[in-house]
Design a protein around this ligand. Structure first.
Ligand code: PXP
Length: 241
């Protein structure tokens, strides 16, 4: 059975929309609840601009996560130092642009091979396994293996966003082909970005993915399935005034 790593960035996004004045919702609390729900790992992306996850969150998650802590980050000197200090169970290297809403594409490990390999070496010296977030492209997968990655995370965003069924089928096949190749090259295989309660079913029977990394759809669903209870609780408090 494939694993599920839950990304709690958007719990922090909800907290940060109040400009740092609110202490809730806390991604550390959300991580505990995600683990109670069966998460096999907790994922956070510490971005350069700290737009959602803060250093304090990472520090506390390292102390509290019981499953495994996966840190997504850009391969910058600052983040490599944070990773070496924190020692998460896995680092996933991602490309990062200040202006993007979310990670837009996979890491181009071919054009950044030297720098990416150096980052992998630094993380390995700190005994942290490394995954590379890449598009479903055979050349990217082969390069990931050549430069010493332990795993790849295949970008599922384009597949999830495709509207036409023919495009969806083509993009899904390329994910499965890329995952098979990665396995042949002894890489672990994760997949993520944009996966939701509808798209996950496509992976039935493929048995090529070790773990799915899912955030936005789960946080969005949590708001919906929790709304009725949350309103009832406030209604009760008002009744008792
Ligand atoms: N994997 C990576 C590398 C990501 O950057 C993200 C988004 O933070 C995800 C998975 C999860 O994507 P989503 O929030 O769309 O489920």
């Amino acid at each position: 059975m494939a694993g599920l790593a839950v990304n709690v960035d958007h719990i922090a996004t909800l907290r940060q929309v109040r400009g740092g004045a609110a202490a809730y919702p806390d991604p550390v609390h959300a991580a505990v609840l995600a683990e109670l729900g069966g998460a096999d790992g907790i994922v956070v992306h510490l971005r350069e601009d700290r737009r959602h996850i803060q250093d304090r969150d990472l520090f506390l998650l390292k102390k509290t996560v019981l499953s495994k802590l996966i840190l997504e980050m850009a391969a910058t000197d600052e983040m490599l130092a944070v990773a070496a200090d924190t020692r998460p169970d896995l680092v996933t290297l991602v490309p990062e642009k200040r202006t993007e809403l979310t990670t837009e594409g996979g890491l181009d490990v071919i054009s950044t091979a030297d720098a990416t390999q150096q980052a992998i070496d630094v993380l390995h010296r700190a005994e942290i396994p490394v995954s590379l977030f890449i598009d479903a492209d055979t050349r990217q997968i082969k390069t990931a293996a050549e430069i010493g990655a332990d795993m790849v995370e295949i970008h599922t965003g384009a597949f999830c966003e495709a509207a036409a069924l023919a495009d969806k089928k083509r993009l899904f096949s390329s994910i499965v082909d890329a995952a098979r190749l990665a396995r042949e090259l002894d890489l672990g295989v994760n997949a993520g970005h944009g996966l939701c309660y509808n798209t996950i079913g496509w992976f039935a029977g493929t048995q090529t993915i070790d773990e799915f990394s899912i955030g936005h759809s789960i946080v969005a669903r949590a708001a919906m399935v929790g709304m009725e209870k949350a309103v009832r609780e406030m209604r009760q408090l008002i009744k008792e005034l």
